[in-house]
Design a protein around this ligand. Structure first.
Ligand code: NAG
Ligand code: NAG
Length: 119
């Protein structure tokens, strides 16, 4: 029986900005790789943060962020997780979270992206 990983995600936490996340829900097999994409039109929001909320856990865990093009991952998210994006410049923003070698149950979660000014 293959084990499936369920990734789903909700609207970004941010102030009056329409943040688009694709895809909205995905199911993958163990060992697969997945890309979550987050886009918005707020050209001066140069920071994008990513969070993970595991089922049955109230805590929102911070995975990391990209500020302009500088990426930082929290210690516990340095393996399997890659945040990408270049949020500098006066253009619509587009960042991604890659997760490779998916494992259940630890990668089964709701993932959030949040956009804001860099601070
Ligand atoms: C954002 O970038 C991804 C590639 O990483 C691309 O597939 C997607 O179409 C882009 N989205 C927008 C709205 O530009
Ligand atoms: C993240 O990037 C590193 C270095 O570029 C690469 O070795 C690794 O496979 C990537 N992981 C994911 C999840 O894309």
């Amino acid at each position: 029986m293959p084990t499936f990983i369920f990734l789903s995600w909700l609207i970004g936490v941010c102030l009056a900005v329409d943040v688009h996340q694709t895809p909205s829900a995905i199911i993958r097999r163990q060992g697969d790789k997945v890309q979550l994409v987050c886009t918005h039109e707020k050209t001066d929001y140069t920071l994008m943060q990513w969070y993970q909320k595991s089922p049955g856990d109230q805590a929102l865990k911070r995975i990391g962020h990209v500020s302009y093009s500088i990426v930082e991952h929290e210690k516990s998210f340095q393996e399997h997780f890659n945040i990408t994006g270049d949020l500098g410049g006066e253009t619509a923003k587009n960042g991604s979270l890659f997760i490779d070698d998916l494992k259940a149950p630890e990668h089964t979660a709701v993932y959030y992206c949040a956009a804001s000014y860099a601070h």
